[in-house]
Design a protein around this ligand. Structure first.
Ligand code: NAD
Length: 270
């Protein structure tokens, strides 16, 4: 599929945590496919407004809204502002996430709660508000075959256990079951809910894993395809899942990981 500038024409998309990394790229690709886009940010207000200006200067529509996705009142206010500005919502990309890593026995309750609160509860809060609007509005046949689409940013760590990152891996495992349960519940109302599980993608979240040649060589041992992923790899998958090109796809996780989940350690043994 080549990405066409009218694939998502007339649709409104909200991308959480889109002032950097994967979320930024997803937002830019959705905008260049014709969607009006909400750039949600937490602390990076200037970066978010710069992305909005870029999208507008390319003829797109965008606004920036600050909100902590783990806070119910802020999430509700963000959705209200989205609906006031653009009238409705068709696509939610639940992307915001972070890591607070430590050895398991040293992991504080604060860091456990923070990671679960943002990575998992944040996705629940945003998905719930999006689903309410999708159900209120229903299908607009000239816009999309679906009443709405939700894309959850998971990780290969929804299936690969990750020592030193128990809170993060748990949040991503939870996303898988949450996503499939919502998809099962809302499929009859023509709401599609899917996840993307990125492998190692070059972004600020994992800079230390790829920003020196030694670190990158180490990381490549885990990636059969032989390269670290780029944010565009994820953004293209997100456009497909958001569009009617994937109309019969519901409740799946699309692994975009260069084969990281192929257990590459078994190439030479096992
Ligand atoms: P990133 O740090 O660039 O992006 C994370 C974004 O989430 C940032 O913009 C940050 O401001 C935002 N955020 C953090 N806390 C927030 C909060 N409380 N409310 C709203 N926004 C908040 O890193 P990224 O790699 O682009 O990560 C995006 C998503 O992709 C995350 O869910 C991450 O777990 C997932 N992911 C990334 C990789 C990778 O290799 N980069 C791999 C698998 C999964």
């Amino acid at each position: 599929m080549s990405i066409s500038s009218d694939l998502l024409e007339g649709q409104v998309a909200l991308v959480t945590g889109s002032s950097s990394g994967i979320g930024e790229s997803v937002a830019r690709y959705l905008a260049s496919s014709g969607a009006a886009v909400v750039i949600n940010y937490h602390s990076e207000k200037d970066e978010a407004h710069k992305i909005v200006e870029d999208i507008k200067s390319n003829g797109g529509k965008a606004i920036a809204i600050g909100a902590d996705v783990s806070k119910e009142d802020q999430v509700k206010a963000m959705f209200e502002q989205t609906l006031q500005t653009f009238g409705t919502l068709h696509i939610l990309v639940n992307n915001a996430g972070l890591q607070k890593d430590s050895a398991f026995v040293d992991m504080s309750l604060d860091h456990w709660n923070m990671v679960i609160g943002i990575n998992l509860t944040g996705q629940f809060l945003c998905a719930r508000e999006a689903a309410k609007e999708f159900l209120r509005r229903g299908i607009e046949p000239n816009i999309s075959k679906a009443a709405g689409k939700i894309i959850c940013m998971s990780s290969v760590h929804q299936v690969i256990p990750w020592a030193g990152h128990v809170n993060y891996a748990t949040s991503k495992g939870g996303i898988d079951m949450m996503m499939r349960s919502i998809a099962q519940e809302l499929a009859p109302q023509k709401i599609r809910v899917n996840s993307i599980a990125p492998g190692a993608i070059k972004t600020p979240i994992n800079k230390s894993a790829w920003d020196t040649p030694e670190a990158e060589a180490d990381l490549l041992k885990l990636i059969p395809s032989g390269r670290v992923g780029e944010v565009d790899d994820i953004a293209k998958a997100a456009v497909w899942l958001a569009s009617d090109e994937s109309d019969y796809v519901n409740g799946i996780t699309l692994f975009v990981d260069g084969g990281m989940t192929l257990y590459p350690g078994f190439r030479t043994g096992g």
